[in-house]
Design a protein around this ligand. Structure first.
Ligand SMILES: Cc1cc2nc3c(=O)[nH]c(=O)nc-3n(C[C@H](O)[C@H](O)[C@H](O)COP(=O)(O)OP(=O)(O)OC[C@H]3O[C@@H](n4cnc5c(N)ncnc54)[C@H](O)[C@@H]3O)c2cc1C
Length: 480
C-alpha cells in the first residue's frame, strides 16, 4: 500500500507527464482563447489555431454579435484566470430591461431585487484581451489564417488549410480540443465518420437576426438610457439594444423568416422597412437615421440550437463551447456557458486524474445536463422577451419576485437570478427550481391565492410551499 505522500508524488509525476504533452486547440474565439490561457497557466504545451486573421492586427468583424451580455458565470471564469481586473473596464453595467411600448413609453424592469446587474461587453475587445493574456505564456503558441478542415480523431491529427500559402498540412497532437464554434470541424468529423455512436441535433429557430445601430450624438453621448438592455417586444418579433463604450448601441432585430405581415422575406424595400419601423418601433426609428444603410448592408443570420453527444472520443478529442452546445441568444448565456465550460474542466483537472479519457468522461458527466438545460431555457426566454414581459400577470410576478429578492436576499432568487447571478448553481438546478417557482407564482396569482399587496413573509412562505409541491410532483413524474 502506498502512503499519502507516495500517492501525492505519483500524482505529481503523472501530472508532469501529462503537461509535457502537446495540446492542440482549434478555434481562437472566446472559449478557445480562454482555454488556451488556462491550460497555458497550468503549464501545458498549447497550440491554438484560428481560421480568421488576428483580430488584434486587422480590422475584421468580430463575427456574430458585436456586443454581448456578460454575467456572473463569465465573471467567475475571468477570476479563475486572474484577469477580471482587466475585463471590468470593458464592461457597461445594465441594471434591467428597458421596455419600450408601441407609443414609445418606457419602463425599467430591474433584473433583480438585490441590485445585481449584467454587463454589455464588446466581443472583439474581450477576445483580443484573452489572446493577449494567452500569448504572454511561452508555452502557448497562436497561429491565425489556418482553417481546420477535418480531424482524424482516432490518430489525434487535424488537417488544416493555411490561407497564407493555400497549403494543406496535418497537425499532430496528444490531445485536441475543438472550440471552433457552432459549425465545428471536429463535430463534423465525428458525425461523418460513423465510427462510433454519435448523436447530433440542430434545430433552427423560426426567427433570424440582423444587427443595426444607434450611433452616438455628435458630442459622443448615448442617445437613449445607457445602463439597460433595451427591448421592444412585439409578440411576433422584437428589437433589442445593448450599449457600447463609444456611446453607440448595437441593435438587433429578431424576426420570422417567412411568417406574419412583416418578415425577412418581404422586407425588401426601403419603404417597407420604414413602414415597419414607424409602426412598431417609432421611438427607436427616431434615433436611427442610419437604419436603411444598416438594414441593407448588414447580413441576416440564422439562429439555432446544437446538441450532441458524446463530446469526446476516448482521451483524444473534446468539443467545448458552441462546438458542443450552441444555443439561441435569448438568455445572454452562450458565451457565459462557454466560459463556464473552462471553469468546469479546470475543476476536473484539479482532481488529479492521470489520463485524458477519465478527465473527459468526468467533465462531460458533470457538464452535459447543464448545457442541455441552458439550451432549453434560452428558447423559453425567446417567448418571454418578445411577449410575456408585457403581460399583466408576468409583471405582477416580477413585482413580487423583486420584493422578495430585496427583502429576503438569502431566501429567494428568481429563475433569472438563479441562471444569471448564481454562478455556483448549475443550469439544470436553476432551470428546475426556476420553472417550478414561476409556475407556483403564476398559479397562485391566477387562482387569486396571492396578490402583490400581501404581506411579504406570507407570500414567501406560500410560494415556497407551492414550489416544493411542484418540484415533488416533477420528481414523482420522472420516477414513473
Ligand atoms: C446574435 C447573438 C447574440 C449573442 N449574445 C450573447 C450574449 O449576450 N451573451 C452570451 O453569453 N452569449 C451570447 N451569444 C452567444 C455567444 O456568441 C457564443 O456562445 C460564443 O461566441 C461561443 O464561443 P465559442 O468560442 O465557443 O465560439 P465562437 O465565438 O463561435 O468562436 C469560434 C472560433 O473558432 C473559429 N473557427 C471556426 N471554424 C474554424 C475552423 N474550421 N478552423 C479554425 N478555426 C475555426 C472562429 O473563427 C472563431 O474564432 C450570442 C450569439 C449570437 C449569435
Amino acid at each position: 500500500m502506498r502512503n499519502h505522500k507516495q500517492l501525492k508524488d505519483l500524482e505529481k509525476i503523472q501530472d508532469n507527464n501529462m503537461k509535457q504533452q502537446n495540446i492542440l486547440i482549434i478555434g481562437a474565439g472566446l472559449c478557445g482563447s480562454l482555454l488556451a490561457l488556462r491550460l497555458g497557466q497550468r503549464g501545458y504545451n498549447v497550440t491554438l489555431m484560428e481560421k480568421r486573421p488576428d483580430m488584434r492586427k486587422v480590422t475584421i468583424s468580430a463575427g456574430r454579435s458585436i456586443n454581448l451580455a456578460f454575467s456572473d458565470r463569465g465573471i467567475k471564469a475571468m477570476k479563475m484566470a486572474g484577469i477580471l481586473d482587466k475585463v471590468m473596464p470593458l464592461c457597461i453595467p445594465m441594471h434591467g430591461r428597458m421596455l419600450h411600448d408601441l407609443e414609445g413609453q418606457t419602463v425599467l424592469a430591474p433584473y433583480s431585487g438585490r441590485d445585481e446587474f449584467i454587463n454589455s461587453i464588446s466581443r472583439g475587445e474581450l477576445n483580443s484581451l484573452l489572446l493577449d493574456e494567452a500569448e504572454k505564456h511561452s508555452n502557448v503558441k497562436l497561429y491565425f489564417n489556418r482553417e481546420c478542415l477535418s480531424v482524424d480523431f482516432e490518430n489525434t491529427t487535424a488537417r488544416f488549410k493555411d490561407f497564407e500559402n493555400d497549403a494543406l498540412f496535418d497537425e499532430d497532437a496528444d490531445v485536441i480540443f475543438a472550440t471552433d464554434g457552432a459549425g465545428s470541424a471536429l463535430r463534423n468529423s465525428y458525425y461523418l465518420s460513423k465510427k462510433f455512436l454519435f448523436s447530433f441535433s440542430q434545430n433552427w429557430l423560426t426567427h433570424g437576426y440582423k444587427e443595426l445601430s444607434i450611433l452616438p450624438t455628435e458630442s459622443g453621448d448615448y442617445k437613449t438610457y445607457k445602463n439597460a438592455l433595451h427591448i421592444w417586444g412585439r409578440e411576433a418579433f422584437m428589437l433589442i439594444a445593448l450599449p457600447n463604450l463609444d456611446g453607440s448601441f448595437t441593435v438587433t432585430l429578431f424576426l420570422s423568416w417567412d411568417e406574419g405581415e412583416y418578415n425577412w422575406n418581404n422586407l425588401t424595400t426601403k419603404e417597407k422597412v420604414l413602414e415597419f419601423f414607424s409602426k412598431y418601433f417609432k421611438d427607436a426609428l427616431d434615433i436611427m437615421p442610419n437604419l436603411i444603410d444598416d438594414f441593407f448592408s448588414n447580413p441576416t443570420s440564422a439562429l439555432g440550437t446544437v446538441k450532441c453527444s458524446p463530446w469526446h472520443y476516448k482521451g483524444n478529442t473534446l468539443l467545448m463551447g458552441d462546438a458542443a452546445h450552441a444555443i439561441v441568444p435569448f438568455y445572454g448565456q452562450g458565451m457565459n456557458a462557454s466560459f463556464e465550460d473552462v471553469t468546469v474542466l479546470d475543476a476536473v483537472l484539479d482532481e488529479g486524474y492521470s489520463d485524458w479519457e477519465t478527465i473527459f468522461k468526468a467533465y462531460e458527466a458533470n457538464r452535459k445536463k447543464d448545457t442541455d438545460a441552458i439550451a432549453d431555457l434560452a428558447i423559453d426566454n425567446f417567448f418571454e422577451m418578445k411577449g410575456h414581459v408585457n403581460h399583466a400577470l408576468f409583471r405582477e410576478k416580477r413585482t413580487i419576485e423583486m420584493a422578495l429578492e430585496k427583502n429576503f436576499p438569502k431566501d429567494y432568487s428568481s429563475k433569472y437570478s438563479l441562471v444569471t447571478f448564481n454562478e455556483d448553481v448549475g443550469y439544470q438546478e436553476a432551470m428546475l427550481r426556476g420553472r417550478a417557482q414561476d409556475k407556483a407564482i403564476l398559479n397562485l396569482l391566477a387562482d387569486q391565492l396571492i396578490s402583490p399587496k400581501d404581506d411579504l413573509k406570507l407570500l414567501l412562505d406560500k410560494i415556497k410551499v407551492e414550489t416544493e409541491n411542484i418540484l415533488e410532483e416533477d420528481r414523482i413524474a420522472k420516477n414513473v
